[in-house]
Structure formats: structure tokens, C-alpha cells
Design a protein around this ligand. Structure first.
Ligand code: SF4
Ligand code: SF4
Length: 161
């Protein structure tokens, strides 16, 4: 995680702690309201850097088993090698598992990347990034329950692990 010069940047073990007094806290220190309305937009390619749905070996194994497939067969059918790892393939502009009701067809076994959206470290880096890369298209931002600072930090840590 990075930040600008006057913003407190925690080290790994301090992710869900508040910054020392006197330091500038992250912009989301008071939490963020968010509730997914299941519109499916974040499962569609919406710009450079969001084309891939990364899934590690354990995640692909779990997905494969849910279909009664071997991981090899699952990988061959539903994934592709991409820079940085292996991604679920796309169907048109959407993830292959986004169904025609805009729902995730593999929700219980969706990858960590999907479970932790939108609290990814790179999206939380500053308010402009959040506004541009999340709030501009996700109707869930500003709605629903308040996710407090510690929860956001924990999710971001999970996303980045
Ligand atoms: S874009 Fe936002 S509201 Fe729509 S499915 Fe994704 S997280 Fe949910
Ligand atoms: S796995 Fe599910 S939640 Fe993740 S991008 Fe694909 S359809 Fe969306």
C-alpha cells in the first residue's frame, strides 16, 4: 500500500489500527457506506486493469470441485494465463460466471478478489481513485451499512494477501 507524503501509511501488522494522533488519517477513517445491489457491473470489464478475475490454485480447486470437475479440466475450460497469474475467462465483456440475471453463478466459491471488492488497497489509496474507479459506476457506494475503518482495513488486507 502506498500513500501521499502527509498521509499515514500503516505497516502490515497495523492495518486495522487508527493512525497515531497528529498524523493525517486515511480519507475513509470514518468508514464508508456500501451495500451491493447485485447490478453485476463490477463483473464486467470496465477499463484497463479490471479485465482480470484472478483466482489462485486453492480457489480454482474449490470452484472445480463445486462443478465436479478436476482443476485441470476447470482451468482448461474457464481460465486463462494472464500477466500476474491465472484469470477466469470472459464471455463478451463479462466474467464467464456472470449469468443472464447479472448474478454470480459461482457466488459461494467466488475468488477473494470478488469477495473483497471494493475494499482493495489500490482503490482505497486516495479519494480521487475511489471516486473514479469505484463510486463512478458502483451504485452500492453510499448505500446501506457503514463499514467501519477496522473492517475496511481487514478486508483490504485480505484482498492484498
Ligand atoms: S457494481 Fe457495486 S452494486 Fe453492482 S454488483 Fe458490483 S459491488 Fe454490487
Ligand atoms: S466470479 Fe462471480 S463475482 Fe467474480 S467476477 Fe465472476 S461473476 Fe463476478
Amino acid at each position: 500500500m502506498t500513500g501521499n507524503d502527509d498521509e499515514w501509511v500503516p505497516v502490515d501488522g497495523e492495518l486495522d489500527e487508527l493512525p497515531p494522533s497528529g498524523d493525517t488519517p486515511p480519507w475513509y477513517v470514518d468508514g464508508i457506506r456500501f451495500e451491493c445491489s447485485a447490478c453485476g457491473k463490477c463483473c464486467r470489464n470496465h477499463g484497463d486493469g479490471y479485465a482480470y478475475v484472478y483466482a489462485d490454485k486453492a480457489e480454482r480447486t474449490a470452484m472445480a470441485e463445486s462443478f465436479g470437475m478436476t482443476r485441470k479440466a476447470f482451468d482448461d475450460k474457464y481460465t486463462e494465463r494472464v500477466p500476474g497469474g491465472r484469470s477466469l475467462v470472459s464471455k463478451g465483456d463479462a466474467c464467464v460466471f456472470l449469468n443472464d440475471k447479472n448474478q454470480c453463478g459461482i457466488y459461494e466459491h467466488r475468488p477473494r478478489q470478488c469477495k473483497t471488492w471494493p475494499f482493495w488497497p489500490e482503490l482505497l489509496e486516495d479519494r480521487d481513485t475511489w471516486d473514479e474507479d469505484v463510486a463512478s459506476f458502483c451504485p452500492g457506494v453510499g448505500e446501506g451499512p457503514l463499514h467501519d475503518f477496522a473492517t475496511i482495513r481487514r478486508t483490504a488486507r485480505e484482498a492484498g494477501s
